[in-house]
Design a binder for this molecule. Structure first.
Ligand code: SDX
Length: 429
């Protein structure tokens, strides 16, 4: 089959050249412009990478117009209904769902890697009690590179696999240790007899007075199921800002724990993973249904920096399938925990108002994954400043999967974008 091409013509010089068209399994074809500068003496300019593919990947596919999200080809709603988070993590990392033995071995190994080096507790204690948990996560995850560096051979697939397993295993332990430090409670160690999500709840809340752990160490299955669902829905999402950060950092061959810490820093921003915390703050600021029009007007006002947090998406120009699933789960969790949350009713009213407003319809701004997730986290007694930490735990599965995919690819090159220089021309001092 002849290679399909695209012709680019520079009308200011009359030069033109042909460039290969690359097509994936599905999705928008791309023009391979890697030789554009050599052939036509041009660079491309695409701030925010609105139309730029940075890599080839077989992990996740999103169709923004159709509201489709596939992890290794499986629709997100089927995985959310039929799998646990660790089954999805295995799928993302390995390309296929594990059979019973493979999954059991995977989960056993996750349990083996869950413990933190005792010295790390000293790092966590070094933070002031009111440090934001995401600030602690960036520091503590980055410090894993101080414990796992000298013996790491990034050219060895087994070293890479173990590094990925360590990160997935330790993330909830670090997350809960940061939270307990912020409330002055002692750390709780992971237990071999608990599942990934049960361990998270136990490490977060295990005091008899807490809702999920009573004197018989009963852990509420409603909370476990809700966490599995939320972690699955947040596990991966193609080349989003934080995953692209992990890939760019990893392209230099840097220590993988330091690269994941870079991804955590990127995820923290309110335009990205920090939106779930910002949604709750926004709902609390709006306060009541009668104030919704005032905030919708602010969101539409070009002179007002306020944006409706939890709305809009770079890729989804229709509904975010994850938001649809979470919205349904919100009802179930609130109903089953009989948690009356006026913020949920306010969220439903705000969604209705926005979806009937011509500005939001015209700009295709629909609720995204972060709009409802905070409501569930709040119903599970997760503190608001831990919401993006929850996103971090889940997205670690995606980050390490992209890291493994990228490091296994032959001929990996360092990422080094070009620019349009707008500064002073050559001049003498
Ligand atoms: C996540 O990339 C991923 O996949 C991310 C994520 C993942 O799983 O990794 O899905 C997770 O980050 C979800 C998004 C969470 N962020 C928010 O909810 C914050 C609020 N949303 C916006 O900041 C914004 O919608 C973004 C950042 C999500 C997307 O920004 P884009 O694609 O750069 O769009 P844009 O800023 O160019 O906006 C296009 C227009 C603009 O108006 P005009 O300049 O064309 O007149 O829509 C407007 C914007 O002003 N707009 C909004 C808006 N989002 C966009 N106006 C009001 N409220 C909003 N939320």
């Amino acid at each position: 089959m002849t290679q399909e091409t695209a012709t680019i013509r520079n009308n200011s010089t009359g030069e033109e050249a042909e460039f290969s068209l690359l097509k994936g399994t599905v999705g928008t074809p791309v023009v391979d412009v890697s030789n554009l500068n050599k052939q036509l003496g041009l660079f491309t300019f695409d701030p925010g990478f609105m139309s730029t593919a940075s890599c080839k990947s077989a992990i996740t596919y999103i169709d923004g117009e159709q509201g489709i999200l596939l992890y290794r080809g499986y629709p997100i709603d089927q995985l959310a209904e039929k799998c646990s988070f660790l089954e999805v993590a295995y799928l993302l990392m390995n390309g296929e769902l594990g059979n019973q033995q493979e999954q059991a071995e995977f989960e056993h190994e996750i349990g083996q890697h869950a413990m933190l080096h005792e010295a790390m507790h000293g790092f966590i204690d070094g933070f002031h009690y009111d440090a934001h948990p995401m600030a602690m996560m960036v520091g503590i995850v980055g410090s894993l590179s101080a414990f796992y560096h000298s013996e790491l051979n990034m050219n060895d697939p087994e070293h890479r696999r173990i590094s990925a397993m360590r990160m997935l295993a330790k993330m909830p332990v670090i997350a809960t240790a940061c939270h307990r430090h912020s409330i002055g409670y002692p750390f709780v160690y992971p237990r071999a007899d608990l599942s990934y999500c049960e361990n998270f709840l136990n490490m977060m809340f295990s005091l008899p007075s807490q809702k999920y752990i009573d004197k018989d160490n009963y852990i509420d299955p409603i909370a476990v199921n809700a966490l599995n669902l939320l972690f699955i829905l947040h596990a991966d999402h193609e080349q989003n800002a934080s995953t692209s950060t992990v890939r760019l950092a990893s392209s230099t061959g840097a220590n993988p724990y330091a690269c994941i810490a870079a991804g955590i820093g990127a995820l923290w921003g309110p335009a990205h993973g920090g939106a779930n915390e910002a949604v709750l703050s926004m709902l609390e600021e709006i306060g009541s249904v009668d104030r919704i029009p005032e905030f919708i007007a602010k969101a539409k006002d070009k002179n007002d920096p306020f944006r409706l947090m939890g709305f809009g998406h770079r890729v989804y120009k229709n509904f975010d399938p994850r938001a649809t699933i979470i919205r349904k789960a919100c009802y179930e969790v609130l109903e089953s925990t009989s948690a009356q949350d006026p913020l949920f009713d306010l969220a439903i009213a705000l969604e209705k108002f926005a979806l009937e407003d011509e500005y939001f319809v015209e700009k295709k701004l629909y609720p995204n994954v972060d709009f409802y997730s905070g409501i569930i986290y709040k119903a599970l007694n997760i503190p608001v400043d831990m919401f993006t930490v929850m996103f971090t735990i889940a997205r670690t599965a995606g980050w390490v999967s992209h890291w493994l995919e990228m490091m296994a690819e032959p001929g990996q090159r360092i990422g080094r974008p070009r620019q349009v220089y707008t500064g002073k021309n050559l001049r003498n001092v």
